[in-house]
Design a protein around this ligand. Structure first.
Ligand code: ZN
Length: 138
């Protein structure tokens, strides 16, 4: 998977990024898109399809893809650069506490931060879509 904004796709000279976090040139990005097909994902709106409420406990593949793009390919924790490709889809409000399976309350977290997010001694602060901070409770 390659992540890029519309300006890059249309010819801007900024790099795109693979799901491993590696930057690739706009030219290579366009060649890959032409050779293997391009599946665009548009962000910035809320989609009913991506909100499963409490009908399903686990996030589906489309939700994981949307989280991946929103988080720019890394763990959702602001200071963590571990690749989201190996992260776990987590409920930021625990399922057993009434959390919903949606994008607002879901995030891809590396195993270390998933463990902290579920620990009762820590709390989650939402910074912006796709970015959180995990604090130790005082
Ligand atoms: Zn992390």
């Amino acid at each position: 998977m390659v992540t890029m904004d519309l300006a890059t796709l249309l010819g801007d000279l900024r790099a795109a990024h693979l799901d491993t976090g590696q930057a690739i040139s706009p030219g290579l990005t366009r060649r890959l898109a032409a050779r293997h097909g391009l599946i665009p994902a548009v962000l910035g709106t809320h989609s009913e399809v991506l909100d499963l409420g409490r009908k399903a406990r686990l996030h589906n593949a489309k939700q994981r893809l949307a989280m991946f793009i929103t988080q720019h390919g890394t763990c959702a924790v602001q200071t963590c650069d571990r690749p989201a490709a190996t992260a776990q889809a987590a409920h930021l409000i625990a399922w057993q506490h009434g959390g919903h399976t949606n994008l607002t309350h879901g995030a891809l977290l590396c195993s270390r931060h998933h463990t902290l997010a579920d620990h009762p001694d820590y709390r989650i602060e939402h910074l912006r879509p796709g970015r959180i901070h995990i604090h130790r409770r005082q």
